[in-house]
Design a protein around this ligand. Structure first.
Ligand SMILES: [Zn+2]
Length: 458
């Protein structure tokens, strides 16, 4: 009798404590942020001067149109590819883990947007991780450009923001990462063919599938430096979008049934990656809100992450919040006293620096993290107001220091609570019906894997 009573007292105490902790925490929204000094130092190395030099460097080639000449050294897309290759090799210096390659592919043909068949080049920098780690993380930007008429391969097409900004961010990240060591392999992809149907990205996604890469995350950067909206004249460089697909393109019938059972329509792997970018990006970048957009991309417009999504990879797009349609895909000219075209004057370098920081911090945090936990599941076999969540230790890579149980309300876009767990199971006094749960592995230094959504198991 006495025993039963003290048990009840203990449970009551636990419930009360959990209730108080939960409500105090949500009421004041206080979180302890532990920063990894390695990531903080790297973010501090980002130089707007370097990014300005690199965008100016690309603009010297007049156009980077996909049909422009590849035989000149001072004009056209061929010269731009050589510029990127040389810059990357200069950054790679004596780092034997850092390699640069040209990935050529056939594109176009009669009846296509290109009109004829040509060979295009993707320039890819690879920073090899540990030999026992097969994970790959990719950052994308496209270096081709266009003017108003997409068949015109000679008109001035600076593409300073679209996508000189993404290219400058990736070059700066390459410079900073050279000489540093990571578990996962990092690939920085400078893609061509974007403006004629995402051709360079489609080639890389196919290659990743054919060669069975364990590609765990793809961050596409396309237009990340404009902070001034046309039409509505808003100036704001403290918010950036992350687009992610809701329901995966490749979902099959069994996966659809499982999604319905779990009400997990807001928990695709790409959505988890978007949340991850928000959390790690905001952790290391002041004065910036990373806004999740619940769409794969903008209306009727695509980006290089999409061919990766279509192959079943986890991929998101990072993009400025406000677009300027006087600059995008416009002829460079002054009309009625107003500048049109994608000129370097439209690049907000402080905004570009912050968005580069979001990329660099997310990338490093993930590349330094342990593998994800396996078989993450919520026991839904019994009726209880307690919930049991369990998982298995990853079989590859270094052993995690522990795990975070992630909790959020079913109507919350982001994970709200993180509970550190040493073992591989936890019981919480919260009903499984009222919350979503996820688990991520964490290293000793606090680097988290991507969250794995906890699925109900009977
Ligand atoms: Zn673009």
């Amino acid at each position: 009798m006495k025993n039963k009573y003290s048990n009840w007292k203990f449970i009551k105490g636990t419930l009360l404590l959990a209730f108080v902790l939960f409500h105090v925490n949500t009421a004041f929204s206080q979180t302890i942020i532990n920063k990894d000094p390695r990531i903080e130092a790297a973010v501090n190395e980002i130089s707007t001067d370097n990014m300005m030099d690199n965008i100016s460097g690309l603009l010297k080639f007049h156009t980077r149109h996909n049909l422009s000449t590849q035989s000149r050294t001072d004009f056209g897309i061929g010269a731009a590819a050589t510029y990127l290759e040389n810059k990357l090799k200069e950054y790679a210096k004596s780092d034997s883990r850092f390699t640069v390659e040209r990935v050529n592919y056939k594109a176009g043909g009669a009846g296509t947007r290109l009109g004829r068949e040509i060979t295009l080049t993707n320039v890819v920098a690879t920073i090899k991780g540990n030999s026992s780690d097969d994970r790959v993380i990719a950052l994308l930007a496209h270096y081709d450009s266009r003017s108003e008429d997409n068949t015109d391969s000679t008109t001035y097409a600076p593409g300073a923001n679209d996508d000189g900004s993404g290219v400058a961010a990736l070059l700066e990240i390459a410079r900073i990462l050279a000489g540093k060591e990571f578990g996962a392999t990092i690939k920085l992809m400078f893609l061509s063919g974007e403006e004629h149907g995402l051709l360079g990205a489609a080639h890389m996604a196919q290659l990743a599938q054919d060669e069975k890469w364990n590609l765990i995350a793809v961050l596409n950067n396309d237009m990340i430096s404009n902070s001034h909206s046309s039409d509505t004249d808003i100036r704001n460089n403290s918010i950036v979008r992350v687009f992610s697909e809701n329901i995966p393109f490749t979902e099959n019938e069994a996966q659809a049934r499982e999604r319905l059972f779990n009400s997990a329509e807001n928990d695709s792997p790409s959505r988890q990656l978007a949340r991850y970018v928000k959390e790690s990006g905001e952790r290391y970048t002041h004065n910036l809100i990373v806004k999740l957009i619940y769409r794969n991309d903008r209306y009727g417009r695509g980006g290089d992450h999409t061919p990766f999504n279509r192959k079943g990879f986890t991929a998101v797009r990072i993009c400025e919040f406000y677009e300027n349609y006087d600059r995008t895909h416009q002829k460079t000219e002054v009309r009625d006293g107003k500048q049109y075209g994608d000129v370097i004057e439209g690049v907000d370098f402080e905004y570009l620096r912050k968005n580069t920081s979001v990329n660099l911090s997310s990338l490093m945090n993930l590349a330094l993290a342990p593998y994800e936990p396996l078989n993450v599941s919520t026991n839904v076999s019994s009726l209880s107001n307690f919930t049991d969540i369990s998982w298995k230790e990853p079989v590859k890579g270094p052993k995690p220091d522990g795990y975070y149980l992630l909790i959020r309300d079913t109507d919350s876009p982001i994970w709200q609570k993180k509970i550190f767990v040493k073992g591989t199971e936890i019981k919480v006094p919260l009903s499984k019906d009222n919350y979503f749960f996820g688990v991520q592995s964490v290293s000793e230094k606090g680097n988290e894997s991507l969250p794995v959504f906890s699925k109900g198991v009977r």
